[in-house]
Design a protein around this ligand. Structure first.
Ligand SMILES: [Zn+2]
Ligand SMILES: [Zn+2]
Length: 165
């Protein structure tokens, strides 16, 4: 895995800045009702990567626990100053996986969704992108994502279990 790619991003007011190193494990475009409520928008684009590859460069975050479309809980980390959601953590992966909001990247076009999920809940006028697998609800990463992505997820889940044990 190459670690060369560096992306930076931040919130809407400039208080929070972060750096992400390396390519994402996977990128989800989620249209579930909870993502719509939590973002106030049509859907969210989450860039998943090992938390070890994300550095908070400046700013303070506040943490808010909420549900997700797949039934897990997650903690949304928001800029303390402007309230913009910057990333989430997921209990299944302890704090080891970060789901960055793609819209906070300085160059959000530098990542492309691997999957579009919960399309059963999409707003009726939203057109789905061509060439990206779309699922009515959740999906099976093991049969959809490249083996390398699945291996990285498994490694994080194993580390999370070890941390709990
Ligand atoms: Zn801010
Ligand atoms: Zn969602």
């Amino acid at each position: 895995m190459t670690q060369d790619t560096i992306r930076e991003g931040g919130c809407g007011c400039g208080h929070v800045r972060y750096r992400m190193q390396g390519e994402p494990i996977m990128v989800h475009n989620c249209h579930c009702k909870l993502c719509q409520q939590q973002t106030g928008s049509t859907s969210v684009v989450n860039v998943f990567i090992e938390s070890d590859n994300v550095d908070l460069l400046s700013g303070e975050l506040t943490v808010h626990e909420l549900g997700t479309g797949s039934g897990q809980r997650h903690t949304i980390h928001r800029c303390k100053q402007c309230g913009a959601a910057v990333w989430s953590h997921y209990p299944r992966f302890a704090e080891l996986m970060t789901g960055l909001r793609a819209g906070t990247l300085d160059d959000p076009g530098s990542v492309t969704p691997d999957v579009v999920i919960f399309t059963d809940f999409k707003m009726p006028w939203v057109t789905l992108p061509e060439g990206i697998p779309a699922f009515g609800e959740y999906y099976d990463p093991r049969t959809t994502l490249p083996g390398q992505s699945v291996d990285r997820m498994r490694a994080l889940a194993a580390r999370g279990r070890a941390a709990e044990g």
